[in-house]
Design a protein around this ligand. Structure first.
Ligand SMILES: Nc1ncnc2c1ncn2[C@@H]1O[C@H](COP(=O)(O)OP(=O)(O)OP(=O)(O)O)[C@@H](O)[C@H]1O
Ligand SMILES: [Mg+2]
Length: 260
């Protein structure tokens, strides 16, 4: 078969402006033919033909409990690797990287707000926030380039995110309210301006009003650092604040059917 260009058959140009090309070029995040099955399970939890997020987009990913949202985020972060398929972020296929390279890639380019926050109880607030800078020279360098230090940047972020001075001077993260801990978790995800922010149900413990206020702060910070946001929630009330909303049932062929 001749794979060369045939002048009688104009090549399909699907690289419309603003849309990722077939290979995901232009997309910040690109998944193709992704399959994942937990060890010991008899069926795939994820089977995604294609999913992509453009640079600067803020995407709301919605799905019922158990639909595979956190599993998908772990694949995007290179925490786990798929059984098959492509997981491309910033044009790097994470499935082609070794374990250490994936860890470095995640530390440099992805800020995670975990479902359970994962704050470290024996570290101070500031040390919790600056933790990614200890693992990533890239994130440290971005802060140095702004003429500041990780500790000062942590203070700035916490204050921008509405954590008052009294809370900021708290000696332990365990002495903070859930809402305050959420802010610390967001500051930790944002420090050193990673290109992709992944937030896994960060508002689930907040009342409705606090949820919207929290979203405002998160959006403000994401915009200020030109980041792309993938925000996971099963709370449909938040959806209207996002420019794009995606349902797990619509992208995941292995999905739970009750949701449809
Ligand atoms: N570490 C694990 N080992 C084995 N199975 C797992 C593991 N983590 C998740 N699963 C299974 O994968 C499926 C999807 O779980 P996941 O945590 O991704 O769902 P979720 O959409 O994030 O749910 P929730 O809204 O409750 O957080 C579930 O059936 C769950 O039992
Ligand atoms: Mg989850």
């Amino acid at each position: 078969m001749n794979a060369g260009h045939n002048p009688d058959m104009p090549e399909l140009d699907i690289s419309e402006p603003g849309l990722p090309g077939v290979d995901g070029s232009g997309a910040l995040l690109f998944l193709e033919n992704l399959r994942y099955r937990w060890a010991g399970s008899s069926k795939d939890v994820l089977d995604i033909g294609r999913f992509s997020v453009s640079r600067g987009e803020r995407v709301f990913l919605q799905g019922v409990s158990g639909s595979g949202k956190t599993t998908l985020l772990n694949l995007l972060g290179g925490v786990i690797t798929p059984d098959s398929g492509v997981v491309s972020i910033l044009d790097t296929d994470l499935t082609k990287l070794g374990h250490a390279a994936r860890d470095t890639f995640r530390a440099d380019h992805i800020g995670f707000v975990f479902q359970q926050f994962n704050l470290i109880p024996y570290l101070s607030l500031i040390d919790n926030v600056t933790l990614p800078c200890r693992f990533s020279k890239t994130r440290r360098n971005r802060i140095t380039a702004k003429g500041t230090t990780p500790a000062d940047e942590a203070t700035r972020l916490l204050s921008q995110l509405g954590l008052n001075e009294e809370a900021r001077s708290s000696r332990s993260v365990t002495a903070l309210s859930v809402g305050q801990q959420q802010r610390v978790a967001v500051a930790r995800a944002m420090i050193g301006s990673p290109e992709l922010i992944i937030a896994d149900e960060p508002t689930s413990a907040l009342d409705v009003q606090a949820r919207f206020a929290f979203l405002d702060l998160l959006f403000h910070e994401v915009e200020a650092s030109n980041a792309t946001l993938l925000f996971v929630s099963h709370d449909p009330a938040l959806q209207k604040r996002f420019e794009r909303s995606v349902r797990m049932v619509d992208i995941n062929r292995a999905g739970i059917t009750e949701e449809a």
